[in-house]
Design a protein around this ligand. Structure first.
Ligand SMILES: [Cu+2]
Length: 159
C-alpha cells in the first residue's frame, strides 16, 4: 500500500494546497501585525489620545484618532487595523489611507451602523469625524469590492 493510500489522501491538487498555504501565511502576517500594533499602543498608554493607535479607548468624551490603511497582502485587501475600540460618547476621527497598489485607485470604507460610506483614492487620505453615540460592534469594510477583508469598530457602552 502506498503512503497516500494508507493516509487516505485522494486527489489533493497542489494548487489548492499552495493557496491554502498562502492564506495561512497571510493570516499569520496579519495576526503578527495586529500583535505589534497592540503592543505599540499599550506602550503609548492613554497618551494615545492625540496619536493614531490600533486599539485602545480614551477617557470619557475625548477625541480619539485612528489611521486606517487599506493594504494588499498576497492579493488580498484589508483595512488595517482590523479592530478599533472607543467609548460611547467619544468623538472619533478616522484618517483613511488607501495604499493598495494596482490599476484600481479607489477603495471604499463604510461603517453602515454609523451611516458612513466613503470612497478613498490612493494618494489622497480622507479624514472623517463622528460621535460614537451608539454602543456595540459595528463592522467596517470596502463597499466597492466584496472580496475585501474588513474589521470592526467596538464602542464600549456607558456604565
Ligand atoms: Cu475595495
Amino acid at each position: 500500500m502506498r503512503l497516500a493510500e494508507s493516509l487516505n489522501i485522494k486527489n489533493v491538487e497542489p494548487e489548492k494546497v499552495l493557496m491554502r498555504n498562502n492564506w495561512l501565511r497571510t493570516l499569520a502576517i496579519v495576526a503578527l501585525a495586529g500583535a505589534m500594533m497592540i503592543g505599540a499602543s499599550a506602550r503609548l498608554g492613554v497618551a494615545a489620545e492625540a496619536q493614531p493607535s490600533a486599539a485602545g479607548a480614551a477617557p470619557d468624551g475625548a477625541t480619539v484618532n485612528f489611521t486606517l490603511v487599506s493594504v494588499a497582502i498576497d492579493d488580498v485587501k484589508f483595512w488595517l487595523p482590523s479592530t478599533i475600540v472607543v467609548n460611547q460618547g467619544d468623538k472619533v476621527k478616522l484618517t483613511l489611507k488607501n495604499q493598495v497598489p494596482g490599476a484600481e485607485v479607489t477603495h471604499g470604507f463604510t461603517i453602515p451602523g454609523y451611516n458612513i460610506a466613503e470612497v478613498v483614492t490612493r494618494g489622497q487620505p480622507k479624514t472623517i469625524t463622528f460621535v460614537a453615540d451608539k454602543a456595540g460592534i459595528f463592522p467596517y469594510y470596502c463597499q466597492l469590492h466584496a472580496a475585501h477583508v474588513g474589521g470592526q469598530l467596538i464602542v464600549h457602552g456607558k456604565q
